[in-house]
Design a protein around this ligand. Structure first.
Ligand code: VTB
Length: 328
């Protein structure tokens, strides 16, 4: 996969973010998601790839666009004999639909891309996750007691457990987890949605987040893994398979060992990965979309493994022909 695709994918997440940011605070999460999906789908067709959506909005019968298995990219828009690279793509056009609908922080538009076969085809089930940054990646264990993991993370970071900040999705299913974290004295940030942007923050020094714990969506787990591959962080994860129907869905996607503990390199095994995200609402690492009349300003994070680089990008799309004034 050609590394030059990074700027093409940047455009894709920027356009998705701009579209849904326009609906911020309207209280209609489905509308916010829909406009993000449409914008992402539209922009995707101008990317010079022979692309396949491997993580998307759902199966074809429940999602009209960006469904799993959908072919995207220039190879499918106007085939003219030109050969394009085969690329698998995981998308979440709007991660944190409620966050956007209520104007809360940390909604992002995001995708990850890899050469064919480099992203796990995860069913849309729940997943247990533990996400940490580079210094803690080798000292945590998904099956260890919370107390043990937090002590290990604190030690790796050279600080007290009481100084850690752990992000947990605010859900009744996490009551016991929250009790356990509290009993260690660690600090907690409960979030309404968006464990993917939380996971990215946990892998970036200076974000003020040291771990993400708890159960969220499996598709976002794969996207988190792609980000961890670029940031040298780690995700430990296991699908939550509690019914025969869940097992069947795993098998249908080629997963036989449903109890497996995955690491980032298992969920996003690609040799060449690209991860792109644009802030929709203000967040820890990216500001939200700003509309200033003459233009639109976005901040994005674009990362890749080959060449291994992380870019924080500040873009201004100019709307008018007038003398636009650009502020630093
Ligand atoms: C959401 C969302 C997360 O998982 O919580 C979802 O905020 C599933 O959890 O970011 P619920 O069914 O309890 O809402 C994520 O989408 C991703 O892991």
């Amino acid at each position: 996969m050609d590394s030059d695709l990074s700027l093409d994918f940047l455009r894709v997440v920027e356009q998705a973010a701009i579209a849904c940011a326009q609906t911020m605070g309207q209280g209609d999460r489905h509308k916010s998601d829909q406009v993000a999906v449409e914008a992402m789908r539209r922009e995707m067709d101008s990317v010079p790839i022979d692309g396949t959506i491997v993580i998307g909005e759902g199966e074809r019968d429940e999602a009209p666009m960006l469904f799993i298995g959908e072919k995207v990219g220039m190879a499918h828009r106007a085939p003219n004999g030109r050969v394009f690279p085969q690329v698998d793509i995981a998308v979440d056009p709007l991660e944190g639909t409620n966050l956007c609908a209520t104007g809360a922080p940390n909604a992002i538009a995001v995708l990850a891309a890899s050469e064919h076969g480099g992203l796990l085809h995860a069913p849309d089930l729940y997943m247990e996750k533990l996400v940490v940054g580079p210094s803690s990646k080798d000292v945590v264990d998904l099956d260890a007691p919370v107390r043990f993991n937090l002590r290990a993370i604190a030690q790796a970071l050279g600080r007290r457990v009481e100084d850690l900040v752990v992000i947990v999705l605010d859900r009744p299913r996490h009551a016991q987890l929250v009790d356990e974290i509290r009993s260690t004295g660690a600090r907690i940030r409960l979030i309404g949605d968006g464990d993917l942007s939380a996971g990215i923050a946990a892998a970036v020094v200076g974000s003020g987040v040291h771990a993400v714990m708890g159960i969220g969506g499996a598709p976002e787990g794969v996207l988190t893994a792609a980000a961890m591959r670029c940031l040298n962080g780690e995700i430990l994860a296991r699908l939550v398979v509690s019914t025969p129907e869940h097992e069947e869905r795993c098998r249908a996607m080629g997963i036989t060992d449903v109890k497996r503990v995955y690491r980032a390199k298992d969920l996003a095994s690609g040799e060449r990965l690209i991860f792109a995200a644009t802030g929709v609402t203000d967040g820890a690492l990216m500001r939200g979309v700003r509309f200033f009349g003459d233009g639109t300003r976005t901040t994005s994070l674009i990362m890749q493994t080959h060449p291994h680089q992380i870019r924080f990008i500040d873009s201004i799309q100019v709307n008018t022909q007038k003398d636009v004034r650009i502020r630093f």
